[in-house]
Design a protein around this ligand. Structure first.
Ligand code: BG6
Length: 467
């Protein structure tokens, strides 16, 4: 793997506020939509009563333990840490005129701690959560008013952190709202397609407004989108399978098309017409959308297949999408199909399509770990998974794809998004906490910790062609 990664490649890890911070009502934070989903992003929306508790309320207590965690990331040599700002820490109900100073001060402390070690923040403005107040009072992203509240929030954090944070992302996995509407756009799960696409449209306009604000406010700032990279292959070479695959890939590429090109792609007109979907788009919205992102970021865990005869096959759920399994691939314990070559393919697809720099901001293996009697955790399965994916990133770079960086998902164990479990672990750092919330929260280095440290220190040269 000699010399394939650029010298300024941003190696690191990625977490999200609601999966690590805990402190769910501390320092004036309001309830976020995530606080109403104790079972995870597909779980029922559960109103909170006095005395209720959920695993995310404390999560891994990053809110208080971040100095120790950042020191461990620094020990691995991180150049970059992706996390999100919990919008409800800054605007607890979402529609206040002025921000919550205690919430702003927390992220100042966090970014200052990262700066001590030269770790650059990569900050997602909204990662699977929004102030719950906005869903109650306005119907979430169903309302145009939410665009303005989001813009106020984005401008507030750009002004506050403009000298500390240079890389920003707007909405995490913006394409997932089609599958988990409450998590993505604050709408009930049974909302009809017109309502969901209208809310998505509002979010796309809000994303473009944030891009404009970032360009105005943050000197040398760069802002990207964030897509769930759910690449699908045709299950066979039957032409109908190929067309169906193109159709399904457009379901998610549509978001990138709008955010990177600045307008709705032609194929969406037919899609809306044939599905009876009405979306109100004003001339002003069209102008706003022309403010496009600087780079494309995405998550990649797995690939899947599409077929024109879906009734003949069972589908398997990945990290949001239902996919027809690929007979050539093995799966993780959670049924996610492992496909390192698919990452090279996806990088090439996205670069061919947009010609913008790409940033892999999530990738990793969720697995159960065993702590041995001597306290060690020998997670060779994770090392193999990550090694094989990074080898393919190097190949894509060699193909000519511009890749800015790689932040593996969950460098420290955290609460999983889909089912709110602790036992699905991604980390290089083990956290002593189980699914019932028991444990000391003690941090422990896994075998992969030392492996990733070597990868970063050698700028990828220590990767093995065969994992
Ligand atoms: C992505 C999300 O979909 O997948 C993360 O952006 C999430 O928030 C990750 O944690 C892995 O999914 P899970 O369900 O294993 O946590």
């Amino acid at each position: 793997m000699n010399g394939k990664f650029p010298h300024d490649f941003l190696w690191g890890g990625a977490v999200a506020a609601n999966q690590v911070e805990g402190a769910y009502l501390t320092d004036g934070k309001g309830l976020s939509t995530s606080d109403l989903q104790p079972q995870g992003i597909f779980g029922a929306i559960t109103p909170r009563h006095e005395g209720d508790s959920g695993i995310k309320d404390l999560a891994i207590d990053f809110y208080h333990r971040y100095p120790q965690d950042i020191a461990l990331f620094a020990e691995m040599g991180f150049k970059c840490l992706r996390t999100s700002i919990a919008w409800a820490r800054i605007f607890p109900q979402g529609d206040e005129e002025t921000p919550n100073e205690a919430g702003l001060a927390f992220y100042d402390r966090l970014f200052d701690e990262m700066a001590k070690y030269g770790i650059q923040p990569l900050i997602t403005l909204s990662h699977y959560e929004m102030p719950y107040g906005l869903t109650q009072k306005y119907g979430g992203w169903g309302s145009r008013a939410t665009i303005g509240f989001f813009e106020r929030y984005a401008r507030t954090v750009f002004e506050r952190y403009k000298h500390k944070v240079k890389h920003w992302l707007t909405f995490n996995e913006i394409n997932m709202s089609l599958h988990a509407p409450f998590t993505g756009v604050g709408l009930p799960a049974d909302s009809d397609k017109s309502a969901i696409y209208q809310a998505i449209h509002h979010q796309l306009v809000a994303s473009a407004r944030a891009v404009k604000a970032c360009h105005e406010i943050v000197p040398q700032g760069k802002i990207g989108n964030m897509l769930l990279g759910g690449i699908l292959y045709p299950l066979s070479c039957k032409p109908e399978d190929l067309l169906e695959t193109q159709r399904q890939n457009r379901d998610w590429l549509f978001f990138g098309d709008v955010q990177a090109r600045g307008y709705y792609p032609a194929y969406m007109q037919r899609f809306f017409r044939e599905n009876g979907i009405q979306v109100a788009i004003t001339e002003e919205d069209r102008q706003t959308l022309r403010e496009t992102i600087d780079f494309i970021s995405f998550s990649y865990y797995m690939s899947g297949c599409a077929t024109a005869d879906p009734e003949q096959y069972e589908t398997a759920r990945g990290n949001i999408l239902d996919m027809v399994p690929n007979p050539h691939l093995a799966s993780s314990e959670w049924g996610w199909q492992i496909d390192p070559v698919g990452l090279r393919y996806l990088l090439n697809v996205l670069y061919d399509r947009y010609q913008k720099p790409l940033f892999i901001v999530e990738n990793g293996l969720g697995a159960k770990d065993r702590v041995e009697a001597d306290g060690s955790i020998n997670d060779d399965y994770r090392i193999n998974y990550l090694n094989d994916h990074l080898v393919q990133v190097a190949e894509a770079i060699d193909d000519g794809v511009e890749v800015m960086g790689y932040t593996s998902w969950g460098p420290i164990d955290l609460v999983s998004a889909s089912k709110a479990e602790m036992s699905k672990r991604y980390g290089f750092i083990y956290v002593d906490r189980d699914d019932a919330g028991n444990g000391s929260l003690e941090r422990r280095r896994k075998k992969s910790f030392y492996w990733y440290r070597d990868v970063i220190h050698s700028n990828g040269n220590s990767l093995k062609q065969k994992g």
